[in-house]
Design a protein around this ligand. Structure first.
Ligand code: NAD
Length: 256
């Protein structure tokens, strides 16, 4: 399945200039790797500098890592400028980075610090990335943004309130930005993955993974490649008239 979905988009993104946030590991690293395999130029950012540099080295000349901290508005501007300069412009942005490890507490146990940190990175960071990329995307004939949301914001996962609220905001921003940026021919969509087996979810108890598997129409574990195919599709010319949409990718665990 994984190979098939990637192969469908093969070559569709050749020479496309793509920015990916949070690309040093997990889903983001899979996006970076498959974009590069498809012929795209990629600049990705992350707070994990060593992992980022190692991945860029492994993937070769069309992939570059630039340090990025979404909690810092100035870092976002510097990152986007560096990316645009290196690639000679920007055609696409994948807003993937997020604080993903804030779960476990009930709403009345959550600290103000956790709430603010999650909102700052996941919501404010996504907004500022879109704004920083806009002047470059406006110059592109095939501009697109894909925001990585989460299906937890659709079905309302408990013990995850700050994260769920932040991903609900990402979905709402996707719709609003699609209308604003549509004037410039830029598509803005969101992909909402279900629980995926990556480093960040290794802490999730086995029973919870089993609960997800059983609840899916396609009853198996979800892997990064399940999400990458739909992201690449939304960046491709095949999806030029798709905008403001939220695509759950979860084997049918929740259906929109
Ligand atoms: P992850 O934690 O491995 O990935 C997030 C990446 O963002 C990491 O590389 C991290 O270092 C980076 N990051 C965090 N804070 C940052 C900051 N301030 N500035 C720059 N980079 C920062 O988790 P993942 O599972 O690969 O998640 C990727 C995306 O997919 C996230 O948006 C997450 O919410 C979403 N998602 C994941 C799942 C899942 O089950 N894995 C499910 C639904 C949605």
């Amino acid at each position: 399945m994984e190979l098939q979905s990637t192969r469908q988009a093969s070559g569709a993104l050749a020479s496309r200039r793509v920015i990916v946030t949070g690309g040093a590991r997990g889903l983001g690293a899979d996006f970076v790797e498959k974009l590069a395999a498809d012929g795209a130029q990629v600049v990705f950012g992350d707070v994990l500098h060593d992992e980022g540099r190692r991945l860029a080295e492994r993937l070769g000349a069309n992939v570059h890592f630039v340090a990025l901290d979404l909690a810092d508005a100035a870092s976002i501007d510097v990152f986007v400028q560096a990316a645009a300069q290196r690639m000679g412009g920007v055609d696409a942005l994948v807003n993937n980075a997020a604080i993903t490890n804030s779960g476990g507490r009930l709403a009345d146990e959550l600290s103000l610090e956790t709430w603010d940190a999650v909102m700052n990175v996941n919501v404010r960071g996504t907004w500022r990335m879109c704004v920083a990329a806009l002047p470059h995307l406006r110059e592109s004939a095939c501009a697109s943004i894909v925001n990585i949301a989460s299906d937890t914001a659709i079905w309302g996962a408990p013990r995850l309130l700050a994260y769920v609220a932040s991903k609900g905001a990402v979905i709402a921003m996707t719709r609003s930005l699609a209308r604003e940026f549509g004037a410039h021919g830029i598509t803005v969509n969101a992909v909402a993955p279900g629980l995926t087996e990556v480093e960040a979810t290794a802490y999730v108890p086995a029973e919870r993974h089993a609960h997800y598997r059983q609840g899916r129409a396609i009853s198996r574990s979800q892997v990064a490649g399940d999400v990458t195919g739909p992201v690449l599709f939304l960046l491709s010319d095949a999806a030029r008239f798709v905008t403001g949409q939220v695509l759950p990718v979860n084997g049918g665990f929740v259906m929109n």
